[in-house]
Design a protein around this ligand. Sequence first.
Ligand SMILES: Cc1cc2nc3c(=O)[nH]c(=O)nc-3n(C[C@H](O)[C@H](O)[C@H](O)COP(=O)(O)OP(=O)(O)OC[C@H]3O[C@@H](n4cnc5c(N)ncnc54)[C@H](O)[C@@H]3O)c2cc1C
Length: 477
Amino acid sequence: MNLSARPATSNAATRHPGPRNSASTGNPGRRLRIAVVGGGIAGLGSAWLLAQRHQVTLFEAGDYVGGHSNTVDVELGGRSHPVDTGFLVFNRRTYPNLCALFEQLGVASVPSEMSFGLSLASPDIEWAGSDLGTLFAQPRNLARPGFLAMLRDIWRFNRVATKLAEGGEMPALSLGEYLAAERYSAEFRDWYLLPMAAAIWSCPTGTMLAYPLATFVRFCSNHGLLQITGRPQWLTVQGGSRSYVSKIVAQLDDVRVATPVLGVERSAAGVKLRTADAVESFDEVVFACHSDQTLAILGDQASAEERRILGAVGYQYNVALLHTDAALLPRRRKVWSAWNYLAGEGAADQRPVSVSYLINRLQPLPFEQPVVVSLNPFTEPAPDKLIQRIDYAHPVFDEDAIAAQAALPGIQGQNRSWFAGAWTGYGFHEDGLRSAVAVAAGFGVAAPWSDKVAAADARGAHRGHEVDIAVDRRRAA
Ligand SMILES: Cc1cc2nc3c(=O)[nH]c(=O)nc-3n(C[C@H](O)[C@H](O)[C@H](O)COP(=O)(O)OP(=O)(O)OC[C@H]3O[C@@H](n4cnc5c(N)ncnc54)[C@H](O)[C@@H]3O)c2cc1C
């Protein structure tokens, strides 16, 4: 692995062949020089797969490789332990490619949990879904008509949405339009569905109202969120997500950390990438950063189609604080869950979601005190309890974004450019890797596990995760 910046090298495009759809010319099967921009799961997956047959250089802007796979060493009471601050959980049912990659790399996982709790300041409501004790941790909820209406609506929504998911055809409505049309209670909306959804997608509750109903229902159905029993066992990477990142990096020849790609020039002859130190030539480029970051790199080089498709998937900025302050957890300890949705006084629909992940519940930690990652906390943790501040961004999906995803295959390989990222799917780790598998397939490189995953999909073992996205795309197209 070469972690240093390298000087510009000569353009090899004319010597190298082109993959399907690509502007490169020559004999298929020749070794190409491919630049991968971005070292998250989408970039790592692309680089690892393409390096089977091609010469790959991975450019990462940050000072570590991994993107949202971001493990931090936390030191408490004289002990140090790795803690994940971004990507944390996955499961065998809906992450088939990721599980296969981990198996291929020899990455071990351990059980995790996905319990959900809610704590509002006004009205004063706290509950968690783990059991009856946490549901009624606030005993007066037993006599609160709104709370009981919420429970009835949870039962109704799960039943109706399961039927919708099984039936295939769904109303072409946004989630908000559907809830209003079906007269779901405000308490169901504000004390359960929107907080849970906003916590999953890390976006304001108001943004979730515009989320396409069909995509939402299919996602919830696939992830077992519409059922009380039979939910998938959630897992987390043993030793933190950097365990898998380092295994991939060890297998790559040329990884440039702290080397943001600043610009690109594409022509019939090849692709020139500009960094602070050099301009280098490649045959093809895989943009595995966020859609808005890719557009910024392309600048006025972006085609009208690229602008339209990439521009349709926006990103929501979220600050994450890693800390040990229990004040950013529900007031009642009984309600503490793996995922805790919090709202202070005067919470508004468009305010960034405030969610605290209690890492002790998500990963096996040797610490007594709570270790928490809070996204957009409505109050700051005590300064002496703050460990690290990290800026993240999450894709935001609406009808236009889903339609843009449907159009994406049309620009793959055009102008020697390929696009990968979790933004091409639901926004999760499996989506990032799946997009990498698709890009590699465009170069004629199959993932070692492709047949196995396809066979399992045909048996319905993954509950149609890929089919599900394909269906949504067809509907949007
Ligand atoms: C707090 C948090 C918790 C999450 N938890 C989960 C979870 O438990 N399970 C799950 O499935 N998903 C989770 N996610 C979703 C997560 O975003 C995706 O799983 C996935 O990691 C995104 O991968 P990506 O490769 O698309 O993007 P990223 O991981 O963001 O990678 C993009 C990379 O591109 C780099 N880059 C940007 N611009 C340039 C440039 N000009 N030059 C070079 N490099 C550049 C960035 O530095 C970054 O490293 C979580 C996300 C966050 C933020």
